[in-house]
Design a protein around this ligand. Structure first.
Ligand code: PLP
Length: 431
């Protein structure tokens, strides 16, 4: 942990909800790190990219979830960002975990989390992983096809099964229904087969696509799930749980999505129905908590008749933490952290400018591949040079977890933790 209480004379009586306080903490951590690097003489890798993670932001997101979806228990989707401190805080806050592989399940179990707080939410599972979860007592898992039911009947007949149904994910960033989900005309026969095999179907799950933007997708999916609950009853199953998946963003679309979902749940699965409600949010919890800092390692001047522009090369790119550009359709926005020996975090000079007077840059990653471009065109009011630093906010979701080591670059960068919510810090200290 970056010692924020003693740094620059801060004390912990600050209002934890204050966004400026969070910025100050993140800025202090960034500044402390980059000002202590001697770019002329440092060891190879000392100037590597690094993250600052504000666990207070995760805590605020959790409170926001509870306010907007009080009946829905989140099972954090570990795939989104398996950062150990992030998982630890969520575990202390009492969330469950959505895992998709043996390693994810092992990581969560090794934190001391009870197997009942894990759902193995991967409808097409590896045989040996199914045997593994059976041996570790992780019972909840999803399925969406007949072959998987036969696999589970053979390897783990005691499992508690969720039938994952298809959704309309056409408005989402990352569509999942091309690959997963049973259509409503197949659910009846799947339930019949589950019955015949003597399996234990306990719920229905869906996912409206990651980065969803149409709240109506939630309404339709809840309605479909309600139909499947009735089908299940006609086969003699008494389903206990609805899993509404992920897809929630952390921007202000969340309140709108949550509002539509809450109303749909209140209509089709009201509190008195006794049905448990769970979800699998990933991006919602992780995205805004992580800021990434990158060093400018090279610059190429492009002479033009009117004005020079520059290609700057930084030490992270599409094959690294900016994998989110490829896999998650993101457009991270660069800001200036340090230039010309001055730290500019969170000042007007750090921000890009639309103004034509600004100097134009394209920003490139460190690998030999031409695809490795972070930004095609951005303007800053100052001249960037080798040794300067850029930062990118909202880099917590689907970034580090899908980084490669292509060209021999490190993909396991340092994370400096801060905590802008004393409540979250206290929970972690107690833990
Ligand atoms: N659950 C499942 C089964 C997923 O496949 C995903 C993402 O791909 C998630 C949850 C997390 O989704 P999100 O990050 O959109 O909340």
């Amino acid at each position: 942990f970056f010692d924020y209480n003693n740094h620059h004379g801060h004390h912990d009586h600050h209002d934890g909800r204050n966004a400026n306080w969070a910025k100050e903490l993140i800025g202090d951590a960034l500044r402390d790190r980059v000002e202590n690097i001697d770019h002329e003489f440092c060891e190879p890798g000392e100037e590597d990219t690094f993250f600052v993670a504000d666990l207070g932001e995760v805590y605020r997101q959790h409170l926001r979830w509870k306010l907007n979806l009080p009946r829905v228990k989140p099972f954090y989707a570990v795939k989104c960002n398996p950062d150990p401190k992030l998982l630890e805080l969520l575990s202390v806050l009492g969330t469950g975990f959505d895992c998709a592989s043996k390693n994810e399940i092992e990581q969560v179990l090794n934190m001391g989390v009870d197997p009942s707080r894990i759902i193995y939410a991967q409808p097409c599972k590896t045989n040996s992983y199914v045997r593994y979860v059976a041996s570790r007592g992780v019972r909840q898992m999803t399925f969406d096809n007949a072959d998987e039911l036969r696999k589970i009947a053979r390897l783990y007949p005691e499992a508690e099964l969720y039938l994952r149904i298809l959704t309309d994910d056409s408005s989402s960033l990352c569509r999942l229904s091309l690959k997963f989900g049973a259509s409503l005309d197949s659910t009846d026969s799947l339930l019949a087969l589950a019955r015949e095999l003597g399996l234990n179907v306990v719920g229905v799950s869906f996912h409206v696509g990651s980065g969803a933007s149409d709240p109506c997708a939630f309404l339709k999916a809840v309605q479909d799930a309600h139909v499947v609950f009735q089908q299940a009853a006609s086969h003699g199953f008494s389903l206990k749980t609805l899993d509404v998946g992920g897809g929630f963003c952390s921007d202000d679309t969340f309140e709108q999505m949550a509002g539509v979902l809450r109303a749909a749940l209140d209509e089709y699965f009201p509190a008195h129905s006794g049905i448990n409600l769970i979800a699998e949010p990933g991006r919602y919890y992780a995205s805004t908590a992580f800021t990434l800092a990158c060093n400018v390692i090279a610059r190429r001047t492009i002479e033009d008749a009117s004005a020079a522009s520059y290609m700057v090369y930084v030490n992270d790119g599409l094959y690294g933490n900016f994998s989110s550009i490829m896999f998650d359709h993101q457009h991270p926005v660069a800001k200036v952290l340090r230039s010309g020996g001055r730290t500019l975090y969170n000042t007007p000079a750090a921000e890009s400018t639309d103004c034509v007077d600004g100097i134009e840059y394209s920003i490139w990653g460190p690998t030999c591949d031409g695809i490795d471009r972070i930004t095609d065109s951005i303007r800053f009011p100052l001249l960037l040079d080798v040794g300067d630093w850029l930062y990118f906010e909202d880099m917590g979701a689907y970034t580090k977890c899908s980084a490669t080591t292509f060209n021999g670059f490190n993909n396991n960068h340092d994370v400096i933790y801060v905590c802008s919510e004393p409540g979250a810090k206290a929970l972690l200290d107690l833990h």
